[in-house]
Design a protein around this ligand. Structure first.
Ligand SMILES: Nc1ncnc2c1ncn2[C@@H]1O[C@H](COP(=O)(O)OP(=O)(O)O)[C@@H](O)[C@H]1O
Ligand SMILES: [Mg+2]
Length: 444
């Protein structure tokens, strides 16, 4: 197994889902499940290249070299075989499909790697199901199944895993079970059980399968096309506000909420300030705005707050699909990947999601070529206003957060973007900086 870990140390950093760019993994084996599929296993490996360490799920299989696509090759496995990424191995994908559609054990160790069917729909034939890995920028790996004579299914394999249920599974399957149509129907999940560093036996989410909407586009593309063509987006934006509001109402009814007492407020405000401190150190152009931003935060902290509740946590136009059957459908409830899992599972301000979407509309202005920017700016403002209107009409006045709180959440998100763009896409830094200038305008 040591040889395989050495191979993974070289292979993992080349994968899109590997989270620590620019550093070599320092891997330790945490679990190794021999699957009920030929020459296939799932490894859980801890990576100490970051603190706290990250835990990755890596399904691998031993195959004949010519059965393996170049991108799936991990390295030699002896006896003329090679280690490969099992997500492109039909033996693995057939097993995964069976686990999410029928349930039951998936590994020789009972309970190690096991499926749980969530849908009452009859399961399709469990072998030779056409399966394809979704291409594109993803922090996890999704496999699309197209069983003959049944609806297509998308199964997301979580690459970074944690003990406990993943909020993506927890929230979306609860919403789907209540009949919500603004999330895909839940099909099934896979859970693993392993020994944590503390010696404790823990269980965590490894995969989640949902209804797949064939041939649809995400809201980012729909919005870009509309902005480029200068098409009015008020009605779609209003309907999107309504979907987000229905999600918040349903989450508040299904999961516990938290009274925003002084302790809760100061913890949230402290998180805003902490992020601002990090941003100023990395983005010198923010310095003139710090005092004004702090004033907006102070005003928000003193305003009336609605109860905290479970939220989406990473809402933007790229996490929404436009479907002919269900209208806007919300995806990917994992929360911001950079936040610790405990924070991502905690009740939060619902208005953070509203702010996330407003910021996402603002990014359309940076992605659309326009002579002087005035036309696209007007498009963005109209879309944002329609979105907020659709949201407020649906949640009602009691649940609508005061403007000061929305402004603070938008600023906090823009401050996060300023850090992100400085690190990853310096050409885009103008977008969050301009937003900060509007949200915290300097006094003369
Ligand atoms: N149910 C679905 N139907 C159609 N496309 C989907 C579905 N779920 C996800 N996708 C596509 O896969 C992409 C990645 O899914 P997402 O859940 O956001 O994964 P990640 O956690 O890796 O970001 C989405 O942006 C969307 O384009
Ligand atoms: Mg996503």
């Amino acid at each position: 197994m040591g040889d395989l870990l050495d191979l993974l140390t070289v292979w993992m950093p080349r994968q899109r889902w590997y989270g620590t760019k620019g550093r070599d993994p320092r891997l330790t084996l945490v679990a190794d499940w021999q699957l009920l599929a030929p020459r296939t296993r799932v490894l859980l490996v801890r990576d100490d290249a970051v603190t706290p360490a990250a835990l990755y799920q890596v399904p691998v299989s031993q195959r004949e070299p010519d059965a393996v696509l170049p991108g799936s090759l991990i390295g030699p496995a002896g006896d003329g075989l090679v280690w490969s990424d099992a997500v492109t191995d039909p033996d693995f994908t057939d097993l995964l499909f069976r686990l999410v559609s029928v349930g039951g054990p998936g590994s020789e160790t009972v309970g190690g790697f096991a499926g749980l069917a969530l849908s009452s729909a009859p399961a399709a034939a469990a072998s030779e199901i056409p399966a394809r890995v979704l291409s594109g920028e993803q922090s996890n790996t999704s496999i699309i199944f197209r069983p003959e004579g049944a609806e297509p299914v998308i199964c997301k394999l979580f690459r970074q895993v944690n003990a406990g249920v993943n909020p993506d599974v927890e929230l979306q399957s609860a919403l789907a079970a209540e009949g919500a149509t603004f999330v895909p129907a839940a099909i099934g999940e896979v859970r693993g059980t392993w020994s944590a560093a503390s010696g404790e036996t823990v269980t965590g989410s490894l995969a989640f399968a949902q209804e797949f909407f064939e041939g649809v586009e995400d809201a980012w593309r729909v919005a870009l096309q509309a902005a480029t063509a200068a098409h009015d987006f008020s009605e779609p934006a209003r309907a999107l506000g309504e979907s987000v509001a229905r999600m918040h109402v349903a989450l508040a009814q299904t999961f516990p909420t938290v009274v925003p007492d002084a302790g809760v407020r100061s913890a949230v405000a402290a998180a805003w300030s902490r992020r601002l401190g990090i941003a100023v150190a990395e983005v010198p152009a923010l310095a003139p705005f710090v005092q004004r931003i702090q004033e907006v935060y102070a005003e928000a902290a003193a305003a009336p707050w609605p109860p905290l509740q479970r939220v989406h946590g990473d809402l933007h136009l790229g996490q929404v699909l436009y479907t002919p059957s269900n209208g806007w459908v919300l995806l990917d409830f994992e929360g911001e990947p950079l936040r610790p899992i405990s924070e991502r599972r905690s009740p939060d301000l619902a208005v953070r999601d509203v702010a996330g979407m407003l910021r996402s509309f603002d990014y359309v202005s940076g992605a659309v070529a326009d002579d002087d920017g005035a036309a696209v700016r007007a498009w963005v403002i109209a879309a944002q206003q329609a979105f907020v209107r659709g949201y407020a009409e649906t949640v009602g006045p009691e649940q609508t957060a005061p403007d000061a709180l929305l402004a603070a959440c938008e600023l906090d998100k823009a401050v996060y973007e300023a850090i992100y763009e400085t690190r990853n896409r310096p050409d885009w830094i103008g977008i969050p900086l301009a937003a900060i200038g509007r949200l915290a305008p300097l006094k003369d």
